[in-house]
Design a protein around this ligand. Structure first.
Ligand SMILES: [Zn+2]
Length: 299
């Protein structure tokens, strides 16, 4: 009886010890698997962090693209559903599900994230391509548009009369003065105010006198009148700042000056809006003030 009791006790003890040992201590194979699992989990977390970071960065890029670049370059906005790429339903991941991955599993979640990221990156790169080509075209536009004064005017004192209704110096009547007059000594260099092609170098005995017309494209032309001499020939290609002639007193002019016109689609517009390059906002304000004085033009 005693012996049986001892045996039972021993067996019970052994079972308890085995169970405890099984719980607390893994077999070598289990230990390796657990270690592997732990490492995988570590790398997975690392990867997930990286994917989340990439999603965040792409978000910033998309925002900048939509709110700055596409606005500046007047590109059509990209609809949100196109940007998000409309990632397909769970059928895309059926293969993974069949292999026993739970639909809420971490790996599946990351697959979905990376897929969405790939699509958004594709849309974003297409957008940059478009912006790049628009920017290339705009670069030419910006180089072409009239943007400076046609002659050196450091202290701004040369602006003698602005665009608008002014008393004509010869006819003595109020009429539309279609340009801006810059008074300067004879022989002062006159420069092209934007890139373009010289389409006219003409000598009139009245009116504009010796004058040059530059076609800048995009519907813009500029005219420089009352020159003493030309420095370019018809057909010449010029850049902004290139010498085209010299101030004179030819045609209907009461004193040496450059009468400067900007024309949009062959109609004169106020050149004051095209004098923005190379001057400070304060200087521009002063030019505006001078150009708005309703004085007598030099013609
Ligand atoms: Zn004038």
């Amino acid at each position: 009886m005693n012996y049986l009791g001892f045996l039972t006790g021993s067996i019970c003890c052994a079972i308890v010890i085995l169970v405890i040992f099984g719980i607390w201590f893994d077999s070598p194979k289990e230990a390796i698997l657990k270690k592997e699992n732990k490492e995988l989990q570590y790398h997975y977390d690392l990867l997930k962090g990286k994917v989340d970071n990439a999603v965040k960065m792409l978000g910033y890029l998309e925002e900048r693209d939509a709110n700055i670049y596409r606005v500046i370059y007047e590109a059509e906005p990209i609809p949100l559903e196109v940007r998000q790429g409309g990632v397909g339903g769970s059928y895309r991941y059926a293969d993974l599900l069949e292999r026993g991955l739970k639909s809420e599993s971490l790996v599946l979640d990351t697959y979905k994230k990376v897929d969405a990221l790939r699509k958004r990156l594709y849309v974003q790169s297409k957008s940059y391509d478009e912006i790049l080509s628009l920017a290339r075209n705009k670069e030419k536009l910006w180089a072409s548009l009239p943007a400076i004064q046609p002659l050196s005017n450091k202290d701004l004192k040369r602006l003698a009369s602005g665009y608008g209704y002014r008393i004509h110096p010869i006819h003595k009547i109020r009429r539309l003065h279609t340009g801006i007059d810059f008074s300067a000594p004879k022989g002062t260099p006159i420069y092209a105010t934007g890139a373009g092609k010289v389409v006219k170098t003409k000598t009139d005995f009245s009116g504009y006198g010796k004058h040059v017309v530059i076609d800048h494209g995009y519907g813009y032309k500029t005219l420089y009148a009352h020159m003493q001499d030309f420095a370019v020939k018809r057909g010449a290609k010029v850049k902004r700042g290139d010498l085209i002639g010299y101030v004179g007193n030819t045609g209907s002019s009461t004193a040496p000056h450059c009468h400067y016109e900007v024309r949009k689609n062959d109609r004169p517009v106020n050149p004051i809006n095209y004098l923005y390059q190379g001057i400070t906002p304060e200087e521009y304000e002063e030019l505006l003030r001078l150009a708005s004085v309703e004085n007598q033009s030099l013609s």
